[in-house]
Each structure stands twice: as structure tokens, then as C-alpha cells.
Design a binder for this molecule. Structure first.
Ligand SMILES: NC(=O)c1ccc[n+]([C@@H]2O[C@H](COP(=O)([O-])OP(=O)(O)OC[C@H]3O[C@@H](n4cnc5c(N)ncnc54)[C@H](O)[C@@H]3O)[C@@H](O)[C@H]2O)c1
Ligand SMILES: [Zn+2]
Length: 407
């Protein structure tokens, strides 16, 4: 018998406790909460979503069911520690026994952190990195209104640490929502920019998982707590479907906001990409985005979208087959062409998609100065979990090279 105690002889697949998908599903929201019979429900969203009428769509079935609600509209994009404090104070004041998040990744992540601290006490600083949440948190129901982050099924919550100019992640399987309610109708009002940014974030999730280190090649024993399992067949299934759906639907969703078929395609893609990355991996693109997003004003998705083709090119020597497959998934004709030709088509397809939805392609367009690049490289290199998972292991100098190319 081989000694498998240290090697990775198995992988896991985690999700939200229940995943509801479909246009109109929000009307049945109260029934999804029924297993917990909550007495007090804290609903977290933001003013933009209230203005857009999305909050009302969510409140209607809850009010009809006679639930005791407290609505907090203090969510903000790319939330900082200060925003998290404000939301936490509002939730503490109410003392809910269930939390509903309505919004993109920003509001869903805030709700996760709030649920964690209301249950276990302490401050979010106590939970940064993986595995610090000691047990289940308050029932959390997440309704995504963007098609991007996959936070509705993921184990991650991201905050911006303004003092240190970097984003920090709290990662725990206990942060996977009890229920994810993915109703594409809630995304119809999403403006072009967040649709584009969050959509290319989903593409990044899918591609980073699909090109990651395989689960049985990871240099982390199964016995060591680690937030990702690397590339594996179930993650690949989700990633491949997500890449194909994004290739088909993202540009239409940006240009024709009321196109429900495109919104449905993107909603499914984002949730699948969330399942992919939160089991498999995010890697060098996300690692580079964390210091970038902490230093200049750029959304998580736009930062990732800008960097993605540069990292795909860096990964080519060890990820040729996977990158060639991405070309076909994105709708490129690869019949009869060599892998060397197909990989160029994959990168060009991503660059074309990025341009079509208005994501910049050079860091200098975001106001990044060249002398900032070594600091970004050093900070990204310090996020060891993301370096380990990348399909080609980078040195700090490699990261600087990627940033120089992207500058
Ligand atoms: N937890 C995870 O797994 C995970 C994964 C990736 C990214 N993130 C984080 O998620 C955040 C980004 O989330 P996002 O891209 O979903 O955007 P977002 O949540 O920051 O939303 C962007 C803006 O769009 C508005 N908006 C969203 N949906 C709308 C709608 N339907 N109608 C009108 N306006 C709408 C919001 O009010 C907000 O002003 C970042 O902080 C990022 O770090 C988390
Ligand atoms: Zn992301």
C-alpha cells in the first residue's frame, strides 16, 4: 500500500448549503428561510440597489410572510474595515437570527463577516486568512445582483485594509451561505460597468481554476488546513461551462442590459465560476490584484480583467493544453490548428472580450506609476497560498515581469 498520508490523494467539493437558481425565484424567498424559522432577519444592501428597486423586490416576499425585518443600506463597493464596522454595529443593535445579503460581492462579503462576528465575537482582524472561523455562523442567505464574484457559494469574504493598502481575505467553509438564491432578474438593473467588471472577474475565476496546479500535485499535505484543493475534475466541469457561457453572453449582457437570456447565462456562469474557484483555486491574477486594488481606485473585476491575459501568457509554458482548450471554450475555431496557434487565439479572445466591454489594458491607464510595481510584486509574492496554486510557480522577479508587461 502506498503511503498517502502526506500526499493529496483526494479532493473536496463544497458549496452553499442549498443553491436555488432561476428567474423569479426571489418571489419564493420566505420559503427558503423556513427551515430556520427566524424571528429577526437583518437585510443588508446599499442605496444604489434601493434606488434601482432591487431591495423592494427582495423585501416584498419577506414582508408578505410577516417577518420581522431590519434593513441596512450601508453596504459600499470594495468595503473597507470602517464600512464593516458600521454594518456590524447596525446588526448588533438589532440582534438578528438570520442575515440576508442583497448585492454584489461587496454586500455579500460584508454580510458573511457580520454573521461571523455576531456568532463568534471578536473583530474581523481575528479571522483573516484561512480556517480561523471556529464553527457555523448565523444562517446567511445570499442574493447576488451582479454576475461575478460567486460569493453566494464561496468560502471567501474580502475587505480592503486601507491603512496597509491591500485587500485581505477571510476564508472559511463556515462562511459558505446556508442558501444562495440566484435570480437573474435581480441583475437586469446592473449598469454596464459593474456588469463588465464582475463578468470578467467570473472569467478570471474560471480560468485561474482551470489552469491551476492539480490537486494531487499540490505541495501541501491534505492534513494541513488549506483553503483550496487545486484543479480537479468537478472544479473543471464548472470552470469549462462558465468560460463557455461567458464567451457567449458577457458582451450582450453589457450592451443589452434587459436581455434576460444573456443575464441568465451570466448568472449561471458566475455561480459556476464561484464553485470552481472556491474549491479549486484563484492564483497569480488575484494575488496581483490585491495590492493593485489596495493602492489605486479600480474595481476587483477590472483589475483582474486587465491582468488576466498577461498572466495567461506567463503560464503558457506549463499550461499549453489548458490554454488551447480555453480558446475552443471561448468559441474560437481551433479545428486542425496546433496548440501553439490555439493558445494565441485564447489570449487574443480574452483581450478582445476585455476591449469589447471597456476594461483597460494597461496599468498606467489606472494611474499606476512604474515605481509602484516592485511593491505590488513583493506584496503579491507574499500571498503564498496563491503562489502555490498557480499553474506555473512564479518568482518575485516573474511577478515584476508580468506587471512590467501590463504597465
Ligand atoms: N467573496 C468572494 O468569493 C469574492 C470573490 C471575488 C470578489 N470578491 C469581492 O467582491 C467585491 C466586488 O463585487 P462585485 O463585482 O459584485 O461588485 P459590487 O458588489 O462592489 O457592486 C458594484 C456596484 O454595483 C452596484 N450594483 C450591483 N448590482 C446592481 C444591480 N443589479 N442594479 C444596480 N446596481 C447594482 C452596487 O450597488 C455597487 O455600487 C470586491 O470587494 C471583491 O474583492 C469577493
Ligand atoms: Zn475575483
Amino acid at each position: 500500500m502506498p503511503d498517502t498520508s502526506a500526499s493529496r490523494c483526494y479532493f473536496n467539493f463544497h458549496s452553499a448549503g442549498r443553491l436555488v437558481f432561476g428567474s423569479g425565484s426571489v418571489k419564493h424567498l420566505a420559503s427558503f428561510l423556513a427551515p430556520w424559522s427566524p424571528r429577526k432577519v437583518f437585510v443588508l444592501s446599499d442605496r444604489v440597489l434601493e434606488q434601482a428597486g432591487v431591495v423592494a423586490q427582495v423585501l416584498e416576499p419577506l414582508q408578505a410572510a410577516g417577518l420581522n425585518l431590519r434593513v441596512c443600506l450601508d453596504g459600499e463597493p470594495e468595503p473597507t474595515f470602517a464600512v464593516a464596522d458600521k454594518v456590524l454595529a447596525a446588526a448588533r443593535d438589532f440582534g438578528p437570527d438570520a442575515i440576508i445579503a442583497v448585492g454584489g460581492g461587496s454586500n455579500m462579503d460584508l454580510a458573511k463577516i457580520t454573521a461571523c462576528i455576531l456568532t463568534h465575537g471578536g473583530s474581523y482582524r481575528d479571522y483573516v486568512n484561512f480556517g480561523k472561523v471556529p464553527g457555523p455562523v448565523l444562517p446567511l442567505i445570499c442574493l447576488p445582483t451582479t454576475s461575478g464574484t460567486g460569493s453566494e457559494v464561496s468560502h471567501a469574504a474580502v475587505l480592503t485594509d486601507q491603512a496597509n493598502h491591500i485587500k485581505v481575505s477571510i476564508l472559511s467553509h463556515y462562511l459558505r451561505p446556508a442558501v444562495a438564491v440566484v435570480d437573474p432578474m435581480l441583475t437586469l438593473s446592473c449598469p454596464a460597468k459593474p456588469t463588465a467588471d464582475s463578468g470578467i472577474d467570473a472569467l478570471t475565476h474560471a480560468i485561474e481554476t482551470f489552469t491551476a496546479t492539480a490537486y494531487d500535485q499540490m505541495e501541501v499535505p491534505v492534513t494541513e488546513p488549506f483553503p483550496y484543493d487545486g484543479k480537479h475534475p468537478l472544479g473543471d466541469m464548472c470552470a469549462e461551462k462558465a468560460i463557455a457561457l461567458i464567451g457567449q453572453h458577457l458582451v450582450t449582457a453589457v450592451r443589452e442590459p434587459n436581455n434576460l437570456a444573456a443575464r441568465e447565462g451570466m448568472s449561471l456562469a458566475a455561480t459556476l465560476a464561484g464553485l470552481a474557484f472556491s474549491n479549486g483555486a484563484v492564483a497569480v491574477v488575484h494575488a496581483l490584484e490585491y495590492p493593485l486594488g489596495g493602492a489605486v481606485h479600480v474595481s476587483h473585476g477590472a483589475g483582474n480583467g486587465l491582468l488576466l491575459p498577461y498572466v495567461m501568457r506567463f503560464n503558457l509554458p506549463t499550461r499549453t493544453k489548458e490554454t488551447a482548450r480555453i480558446a475552443a471554450l471561448l468559441g474560437e475555431d481551433t479545428t486542425g490548428v496546433t496548440d501553439a496557434v490555439a493558445v494565441e487565439r485564447a489570449i487574443t479572445a480574452v483581450e478582445r472580450l476585455r476591449a469589447a466591454i471597456g476594461i483597460p489594458n494597461q496599468l498606467r491607464e489606472l494611474g499606476v506609476t512604474r515605481d509602484q510595481l516592485p511593491t505590488f510584486a513583493a506584496k503579491a509574492f507574499g500571498i503564498k497560498r496563491l503562489m502555490l496554486l498557480n499553474g506555473r510557480r512564479p518568482t518575485e522577479a516573474d511577478l515584476l515581469g508580468i506587471l512590467e508587461a501590463a504597465w
